[in-house]
Design a protein around this ligand. Sequence first.
Ligand code: OAD
Length: 234
Amino acid sequence: MKRIVILTGAGMSAESGVSTFRDSKGLWQNHRIEEVASPVAWERNPEMVLEFYNQRRKQLFEVEPNAGHYALVRLEEKYEVQIITQNVDDLHERAGSSQVLHLHGELKKARSSADPYLIYELNHWELKLGDLCEKGSQLRPHIVWFGEAVPMIEAAVKLSTTADIFLVIGTSLVVYPAAGLINYVERKVPKYYVDPKASWVSGISGMQIINDKASIALPKLVDNMLQKISTKNL
Ligand code: OAD
């Protein structure tokens, strides 16, 4: 079975009603990164940080996967599919994708601020000051903040090197190391970049740009990819 590796970003979930970061009205237009998404912010004003992620989490309990998420699930009928997402929502999983690696953490999880290996599932939206891990330390959002290491990047690099087809969906490709994953994909591997604002990526060959929304472009692209395999099997 051929392996499709898919890198997704905030645009993947935009049509579910989840805000992107850098579009107009994006999250970083209304919030300063260093005030809500950094270890310094957590030290200075943990209440504000908790509230920022509480609002994101509350919203996540109210939204649903969109046609783009569901299209990617269909690829699993004929391909081995590995999703690498920068998103902290769980919409790929809720749509039914079976292999999802979260590079930047997960909103519906909290972790100990003293022991990064103590991670807890949250089935409610609110994380408060005074919510403690079993060792008595404050729980923090299970999110990779700016200035922190990205523990899953090694696994993501490894997967990218094994791709037979590589898709990039709904990301501005400005945040590293995630944006650099495409450099690990072999030159001969077909690559697609689905994003209304996608443009040619410097130094990357064999890349097809699809300037459309995920919910429109992906059902068609997936149909084509499934069809290709069926025709080959005739
Ligand atoms: P950005 O907000 O930087 O980029 C979102 C991309 O989605 C843009 O290129 C849009 O054109 C595109 N887009 C918008 N609507 C779309 C749609 N319906 N279909 C397809 N694409 C659409 O978000 P990311 O690239 O995901 O990290 O940002 C990367 C990281 O920066 C995030 O994971 C987050 C952020 O700071 C952390 O918080 C650690």
